[in-house]
Ligand binder design. Structure first.
Ligand code: URP
Ligand code: ZN
Ligand code: ZN
Length: 459
């Protein structure tokens, strides 16, 4: 199958130019100013950008959490991702206590097989570390699961102590894996939660008020200090607070390999959302929580100046009905997480590029290239070059759309950005040479996505 994309403006993390691009089977084979020749399908991309497919390195599909399971499975979640211009995800497999990492990996592979419409990889969440688990970490790195998420929050569920964190960091120094850290001080938060509930403070907003920015900053600082002592890089996930960003910036200024992502919710939503009437604030219960509105510009600056290297979604959807409702009368029982896998590219284009906060190449870098480099997918994915996977998006920057739960494809009964108008729509999306979104219509297939064996760290 040959697909020729003509007259587009091709954007990579380093270049923009008008050109044509030829896909043969799964691969981009030729890029040129004007390509002539036969093709099974010719797509006119005039007045449109041609971006590398979006890479979302933080999703939770079909994940048991908070007494329920995230509402999107690998079919509905990856179809929604495709609509939004994302062609690869890295999801999280969870090692529950007493289980091996390989058992967790097999469990999550089964969840994805036959369902995923786009390519997928896995990070491994480690909740218990032993000598055997450390050996398994080595094996997983060789098998393409090259990153591990550790938690400094959720005591008794996911949280690891500093000694275990340090051992895991040291291990990645030998095996080439990367530690991803959920950086919030879980002990402090637990005390604040119990105190609030004891005082009868049960509304959703207390989720945010019991998870202070300083608890995130302290854990971010500690995580980076532990990584420095282990002499390995570290990647902070879902960074939300300006105070935590200061820790990453200070570390990077000292030359440390500290990396961090933020997510659209921390760039567009704020603490004010928790003050919405009734139980509406539950829509935004996630950890870390939304921060004051003034944080937005601090995070955008971090993104522009490379103190933050990636924008992922932390897509972890729970319906208001029957799921978020579990926490009516007790905010600590509201399942943590929110949907976003479908809206990332349009939101970041609209709020970042259209407004002039970041340029087009930086947009590509943050949503595709840099996550691909950090997580061992580059140069197969994350760029448009001869020989790279034909994962790409034909993006119309002039078309506007209004985000709504009535029209989105995520299997969740609300959208945190309901009614927001954004400029920039992923019109046609190609995954390894297969058109999966054709002018706004899904024409892909559940199960067509493949497991991506990722390379060990090069950072
Ligand atoms: O609230 C969140 N972020 N839910 C997903 C789990 C996590 O910590 O990433
Ligand atoms: Zn987390
Ligand atoms: Zn997450």
């Amino acid at each position: 199958m040959r697909i020729l994309i003509k007259n587009g403006t091709i954007i990579t993390a380093s270049d923009h130019y008008r050109g044509d691009l030829l896909i043969e089977d799964e691969i981009v084979t030729t890029i040129g100013t004007v390509l002539i020749g036969s093709a099974d399908r010719v797509i006119d991309a005039s007045d449109r950008y041609v971006f590398p497919g979006g890479i979302d390195v933080h999703t939770h599909l079909d994940m048991p959490f908070g007494g329920t399971t995230s509402a999107d499975d690998f079919e509905t979640g990856t179809v929604a991702a495709a609509f939004g211009g994302t062609t690869s995800i890295v999801d999280f497999a969870i090692q529950y206590k007493g289980q091996t990492l390989h058992h967790a990996w097999e469990t999550w592979m089964k969840k994805a097989e036959g369902k995923a419409a786009i390519d997928y990889g896995f990070h491994m969440i480690i909740t218990e570390l032993s000598d055997q688990v450390e050996q398994e970490m080595d094996a997983l790195v060789t098998q393409g699961v090259t990153s591990f998420k550790l938690f400094m929050a959720y005591p008794g569920v996911f949280m690891l102590d500093d000694a275990s964190i340090f051992r895991a960091l040291l291990r990645t120094g030998q095996n080439g894996g990367t530690i991803c850290m959920h950086a919030e001080n879980g002990g402090v938060i637990d005390v604040l939660v119990k105190k609030a509930l004891g005082e009868g403070k049960t509304a959703p907003k207390y989720h945010a008020l019991t998870r202070p920015a300083r608890a995130e900053a302290e854990a971010t600082h500690r995580a980076i200090a532990l990584a420095e002592m282990a002499d390995v890089p570290i990647y902070i996930v879902h960074l939300s607070a300006a105070e935590a960003l200061e820790m990453v910036t200070a570390a990077r200024d000292r030359g440390l390999p500290a990396f961090a992502e933020t997510c659209p919710q921390y760039l567009f939503l704020s603490y004010d959302n928790y003050e919405e009437s009734g139980f509406e604030g539950a829509k935004y219960v996630m950890s870390p929580p939304l921060r004051p509105r003034e944080t937005h510009e601090r995070l955008w600056r971090g993104l522009a100046f490379n103190d933050l290297q990636a924008i992922s979604t932390d897509h972890c959807p729970f319906c208001m009905k029957e799921q978020k409702e579990l926490g009516r009368g007790d905010f600590s029982k509201i399942p943590n997480g929110a949907p976003g896998i479908e809206t990332r590219m349009s939101l970041v284009y609209d709020g970042g590029v259209r407004t002039g906060r970041i340029g087009l190449s930086r947009f590509v870098e943050l949503t595709s290239t840099s996550p691909a480099k950090i997580f061992g997918l580059y140069p197969r994915k994350g760029t448009l070059a001869p020989g790279s996977d034909a994962d790409l998006v034909i993006f119309n920057p002039h078309r506007k759309t209004t985000i709504s739960a009535r029209t989105h494809h995520m299997r969740v009964d609300y959208n945190p950005y309901e009614g927001r108008e954004v400029a920039g729509v992923s019109e046609t999306v190609i995954s390894r040479g297969r058109i999966i979104i054709d002018n706004g219509k899904f024409v892909g297939r559940a199960g067509a996505g493949s497991f991506i064996k990722r390379s060990p760290r090069t950072i």
